[in-house]
Design a protein around this ligand. Structure first.
Ligand code: NI
Length: 176
């Protein structure tokens, strides 16, 4: 397994729409394991493939005790088929280090996805895991959590975002 560099705000790959995975093979599982290792190393609870520079529709999530035992950790081609409720939660993102913000999202989702064994599944998730899944699915569509903020709230963090953009350019092309 290997740790992978996480792309940060300002890196254009984070704005791309990730491509569906047509056929799940061992290379996807191996990438997912590297992503899980990277996510845990960075102390995150979710990571989308695009965040390590691979714009394909795969994400990993692990919220530990806050999900039912045996909850899946690898999600391929995830698609929200139903959403309900409303929950405000203070979100952060490994690609937007140092910034958190309260974001309102549905509390419960029904998700259609392919798991790490290549099996098609449909399951209901709620609370923290549902939150992480929605945040990561946003990544697959080129959306970041700060995009959900009102103009006034964005204004409060624009300087920090500018600094991240600079940092992202400084790192290039090493991690691009
Ligand atoms: Ni994120």
């Amino acid at each position: 397994m290997a740790l992978l560099p996480v792309r940060i705000y300002g890196d254009p790959v984070l704005r791309t729409k990730s491509e569906p995975i047509r056929e799940v093979d061992d290379s996807h599982l191996s990438l997912a394991l590297d992503m899980l290792e990277t996510m845990r190393h960075e102390e995150g609870i979710g990571l989308a493939a695009v965040q390590i520079g691979r714009p394909i529709r795969m994400l990993v999530a692990d919220v530990g005790d806050r999900a039912p035992k045996g909850a899946p950790k690898i999600f391929i081609n995830p698609e929200i088929v139903e959403a309900s409720g409303e929950w405000t939660f203070d979100e952060g993102c490994l690609s937007v280090p140092g910034i958190t913000a309260e974001i309102v999202r549905p509390k419960r989702i029904r998700l259609r996805f392919t798991d790490g064994k290549g099996e098609g599944r449909e399951e209901v998730f709620d609370e923290l895991l549902a939150r992480v899944l929605q945040h990561e699915i946003d990544h697959l569509n080129g959306t970041l959590f700060v995009d959900h903020l009102e103009e006034v709230e964005r204004a409060a963090i624009w300087k920090q975002l500018l600094e991240l953009e600079k940092e992202s350019r400084r790192r290039a092309p090493a991690t691009r």
